[in-house]
Design a binder for this molecule. Structure first.
Ligand code: SF4
Length: 247
């Protein structure tokens, strides 16, 4: 049985997925759409810049969001909410993620999944069963620097398989990198972009120091806009549709 966190309340492979947070209406999580965003606890990575680390290390601190409450909200705002964004934490560590999404699909909502790409089998299942309409997969670093950027030893074959599965699918998707001074630089961004040539979309995200998991990162200054612009230009050589977010 695999353990997925080192936190006080460990999440085990067969644990049921829970919702531990909900933003009723988000304009930021799915470009061009208004979505309800739900957060799941637990993650198999420990990225030092993670903003939601308390959800990973201390899921017991967060009150569970009841499915019926979420359903009631969605149904009563159907004219306003375009879909549901499932984020975390890492949703794909839960075996019952497909069952959860099936219940959402029955309500006739589109679904966006945020993932770190470590579970290609789950990603493939969700795509094959038409359970996801859009996937945002993190590309944490160039392959050779992945472990440092994720704070754990990462199985790179799984990451590569996920990239392949997503790029060969017919659904909407984006790859995205949170660009953190000291972890990712200009040449890293270029190298990442090279590994997913001709992807539909690549997003370079601004790092927010305030609530980073690693305290040492909380005082660093994020990259300036002009540096981001240079990075976008470099990435565009490989992925035309490269954009920045939060800068
Ligand atoms: S940033 Fe994402 S992948 Fe990394 S630890 Fe946080 S939730 Fe997990």
């Amino acid at each position: 049985m695999g353990l997925h966190t080192h936190g006080k309340k460990r999440i085990r492979k067969n644990d049921k997925m829970k919702i531990k947070g909900m933003i009723e209406a988000s304009f930021l999580d799915w470009d061009g759409k208004i979505v309800t965003t739900v957060f799941v606890p637990g993650c198999n990575f420990r990225c030092p810049y993670c903003q939601n680390w308390e959800l990973i290390e201390h899921p017991e601190k967060f009150e569970e969001v009841d499915f019926e409450r979420m359903k009631k909200f969605l149904l009563s705002h159907k004219d306003f909410i375009d879909g549901l964004c499932i984020t975390g934490g890492e949703p794909t560590i839960y075996e019952d993620l497909p069952d959860f999404i099936k219940k959402i699909k029955k309500l006739d909502f589109t679904v966006k999944l945020d993932t770190n790409g470590s579970k290609p089998g789950m990603i493939k299942k969700l795509i094959d069963e038409k359970l996801v309409d859009y996937i945002a997969m993190d590309m944490k670093a160039p392959f050779e620097k992945y472990d440092t950027a994720c704070g754990v030893k990462v199985d790179m074959e799984s990451i590569k398989r996920s990239i392949d599965i997503i790029m060969n699918s017919k659904i909407g998707y984006e790859f995205r990198t949170t660009v953190v001074p000291g972890i990712t630089d200009e040449s890293d961004v270029e190298n990442i972009a090279k590994t997913m040539k001709r992807a539909k979309r690549y997003v370079l995200q601004q790092f927010i120091p305030k609530n980073a998991m690693d305290e040492k990162l909380r005082n660093i200054t994020p990259y300036r806009k002009d540096i981001f612009e240079k990075m976008v230009e470099k990435a565009k050589k490989y992925v035309k549709n490269t954009v920045m977010r939060g800068v």
